[in-house]
Write a protein that binds this ligand. Structure first.
Ligand SMILES: C[S@@+](CC[C@H](N)C(=O)[O-])C[C@H]1O[C@@H](n2cnc3c(N)ncnc32)[C@H](O)[C@@H]1O
Length: 202
């Protein structure tokens, strides 16, 4: 693997079965601080229509809906979508859809916010994912990617995230995809160090 590859876990087999369910439950217990940070950073409000790419158990979907937005949670893993539905009280503002970053199955320019929390490192095709996100965002729409900060040379579970170099590399790919106002930031909600890349669809 080259040090600046941002989707270095693209070969992950995907979440399924009882293991997928257990991992999803753990994610739902751990994801609250990141979900709140995402919603704060893009100032989600009731005028927004949000797509959560790789929504997993839906923690950030529920956070955006609590702030008044309409939200679509997209994930390729049916087990995650089943768990997300189970954990989410009936809310008309939320819809769930099977899909992936590379194929969001949403109309052109139909949303104001797209975020992807701890998922870019799993995307199969980063160029296709960024083009798809740009397609579904309306002009002025905000894009946010958050990954756990990891040490260079980490292996196994400890490598699921980005080094500083990988965050910079993803920012460069956002610029190449035609996004503007691209920024790399570090945030530490609770005790977790996170790499954040923000961009705007011109
Ligand atoms: C580590 S989990 C994070 C889930 C959720 N965003 C959270 O923070 O709790 C990664 C998620 O990315 C999803 N995923 C994997 N490949 C993906 C792709 N190509 N596009 C979008 N999501 C993907 C997985 O199914 C999984 O739900």
């Amino acid at each position: 693997m080259t040090a600046d590859v941002v989707n270095h876990h693209a070969d992950h087999p995907g979440f399924a079965g009882v293991t997928g369910l257990l991992v999803g439950l753990i994610m739902s217990l751990a994801g609250g601080a990141v979900a709140r940070l995402a919603a704060d950073l893009v100032s989600v409000a009731d005028a927004d229509r949000v797509v959560d790419v790789g929504c997993g158990p839906g923690t950030a979907v529920r956070e955006a809906a609590r702030r008044g937005a309409r939200v679509i949670g997209v994930d390729p893993a049916p087990v995650m979508l089943r768990l997300a539905r189970t954990l989410t009280p009936n809310r008309p503002a939320i819809t769930w859809a099977e899909g992936a970053a590379e194929d969001l199955r949403q109309p052109d320019a139909s949303v104001t916010v797209v975020w992807s929390l701890a998922t870019v490192h799993h995307w199969r095709d980063v160029t296709a994912g960024l083009a798809e996100i740009k397609r579904v965002l309306a002009p002025g729409g905000r894009f946010l990617a958050i990954e756990r900060r990891v040490c260079s040379g980490a292996t196994g579970l400890a490598s699921h995230g980005w080094t500083a170099q990988q965050a910079e590399s993803f920012a460069a790919q956002c610029l190449a995809a035609g996004f503007t106002d691209v920024r790399v930031e570090n945030h530490t909600p609770g005790r977790r160090a996170l790499a954040v890349v923000r961009a705007v669809r011109p």
